[in-house]
Design a protein. Structure first.
Length: 311
């Protein structure tokens, strides 16, 4: 027979056993040592060889919800630069516009990522700029930067990447939409003034018109001297802080380049040509700066280029 002290100890242990929940089983060592990466559902990654450039590029593809349930339907395609940042952002925004995407027509999203093996900085400086006269800086890897291969990259898009997308997915090739910001906006202007009908719509955010002593202004004039038509729908947008305000100490203002003034001057030049086929929209977005404005630009761009179908 248990003596009283021993009985009390036994009862206490029994009570504790009922009061405390069972311990969670420890996570497996493999799960701790090798956690799974986060993967965006219903997306694909493809690697495309740029034969003339002798480089490989990844593209990220997101198909619309009804792609497989509507096998006869073809969809417009939105191509967005700087895909490492922009692809998941655009994909997420598109799912919410107009109450869970009801405000948009469904579309195929193609993110244009960087050359395999290159850092984002190195790849975009080389591929998105129209001349070799870039700023004096260094790549994060320590390599001297290379500029001025926008035309080669444009040809890769037109002759290899876009035909691959059209052959692989059910696309409406009459509605190919371009979206880019900063250097991506500069590349968009290069494409617009080189082969305007390569895209039906251009969403150009904060284009770097300052590049190479404003070389795109002379490019625009040269195009106007040689052409009487520029057939495209163009949306240009920029942040309200992308100007110089010497009276303010707010670090969000630009210190050296008035990008708003540049964009307004470029818009004025385009409008002065009176191209019959050009539809041009321009907007300054309040409360944003160069690094924060793209989500607002792409939201406006999606609603502008891909409004929901009615009826």
């Amino acid at each position: 027979m248990l003596r009283l002290p021993a009985l009390l100890v036994a009862l206490g242990l029994a009570t504790a056993a009922f009061a405390e929940p069972a311990a969670e089983p420890p996570a497996s060592a493999a799960a701790v040592a090798n956690p799974a990466p986060f993967v965006l559902k219903d997306t694909e990654v493809r690697t495309i060889r740029a034969k003339a450039l002798q480089r490989d590029y990844e593209i990220y593809v997101s198909l619309p919800a009804s792609y497989h349930s509507a096998p006869r339907r073809r969809f417009p395609v939105l191509f967005v630069t700087d895909a490492d940042y922009a692809f998941p952002l655009v994909r997420s925004i598109a799912k919410r516009v107009g109450n869970r995407a009801q405000g948009l027509e469904e579309f195929i999203l193609v993110g244009l990522s960087y050359a395999v093996g290159d850092s984002p900085q190195f790849s975009r400086r080389r591929d998105y700029t129209p001349t070799p006269n870039g700023e004096k800086t260094r790549d994060e890897s320590g390599r001297p930067p290379v500029f001025g291969e926008a035309e080669g990259y444009r040809r890769f898009l037109a002759e290899e990447l876009m035909p691959f997308v059209a052959a692989t997915y059910r696309t409406d090739t009459s509605r190919s939409i371009y979206a880019g910001h900063s250097y991506g906006g500069l590349l968009g202007l290069h494409i617009l003034l080189s082969e305007p009908t390569m895209f039906s719509h251009y969403i150009l955010g904060s284009p770097s018109l300052w590049f190479d002593q404003k070389v795109m202004f002379s490019r625009e004039k040269a195009y106007a001297d040689a052409n009487k038509e520029l057939k495209a729908d163009v949306l240009m947008a920029i942040a309200s802080y992308e100007t110089i305000n010497k009276a303010s100490n707010d670090p969000r203002y630009s210190r050296n380049v008035d990008m708003i003034a540049d964009l307004q001057e470029f818009e004025k030049a385009l409008r002065s040509r009176n191209y019959p086929g050009l539809s041009l929209t321009s907007e300054i977005i309040p409360g944003e700066d160069h690094l924060t404005v793209f989500p607002a630009i792409i939201t406006r761009g999606l609603m502008w280029a891909l409004p929901a179908r009615r009826g």
